[in-house]
Design a protein. Structure first.
Length: 236
């Protein structure tokens, strides 16, 4: 009887040792998985943050490009009304009149996130904001800049504007645009058409500027949330 108790005690101890070892192994493995996920999340968030910081610079540049385009619209309105203008850097101003922008957004961080799995971002609200930024806001600004013919300034207005002004443009011996004959006399129809083009371009650019303003706010909001999450992670 005593021998059975000893054997039972020994078996129980062995079973308990194996059980503890298995549980410990599972716990360690789970801890390692969580740790790897936390490191991966931090790296992806840092990559997204770096991309967004660069995107803010691009947003500011594109916004300024449209503001410059609006200024050039008023500049050329003066020209067709035979008002005095400064002709320095005329070729650049002529280019800015119908120039457009390209939406060059840094999406490598978001692509890394999608490849790793969206659920790697533990905080639901942060994950939702990031997805919304890239899938909605970025796609929206891309559509406004290059997605449809209705919003493409260069595609829609360069040719008709050039047709009206072409015979009044002045080139040097190297065929480089340098100025315009400010004494040009346009017909009533030409002035009407030109003013119509200017109005459409100005309206188009203001709409895009508003979209960039919205995008800037959204990027800054996501950046603030990422910084908060990274700070909490480092505190842990």
């Amino acid at each position: 009887m005593k021998s059975r108790k000893i054997k039972f005690g020994r078996y129980f101890f062995e079973f308990l040792s194996v059980f503890v070892a298995v549980i410990s192994a599972f716990a360690l493995n789970n801890w390692n998985d969580n740790r790897r996920d936390a490191i991966a999340e931090e790296k992806i968030l840092i990559e997204i943050r770096n991309g967004l910081q660069q995107d803010l610079i691009d947003v500011a540049a594109n916004r300024k490009g449209h503001l410059d385009g609006i200024k050039r619209s008023f500049y050329f309105k003066k020209i067709i009304e035979n008002k005095e203008v400064i002709l320095d850097s005329f070729a650049n101003k002529y280019s800015q009149l119908t120039g457009g922008n390209f939406s060059i957004m840094n999406i490598s961080g978001y692509e890394s996130l999608k490849s790793r799995g969206l659920e790697i971002i533990k905080k639901d609200s942060l994950r939702s904001h990031i997805i919304s930024l890239y899938e909605i806001n970025y796609q929206r600004i891309k559509k406004y800049e290059e997605g449809t013919s209705e919003v493409e300034i260069y595609q829609n207005f360069y040719t008709p504007v050039h047709e009206i002004l072409s015979e009044h443009l002045i080139y040097n011996d190297n065929a480089q645009l340098i100025s315009i004959d400010t004494s040009l006399q346009l017909s009533k129809r030409e002035k009407s058409d030109f003013n119509s083009y200017l109005y459409s371009m100005i309206k188009n650019r203001y709409i895009k500027i508003l979209e960039y303003d919205k995008l800037k706010v959204k990027i800054e909001d996501v950046l603030a949330n990422i910084d908060e999450e990274l700070e909490l992670t480092n505190d842990d």
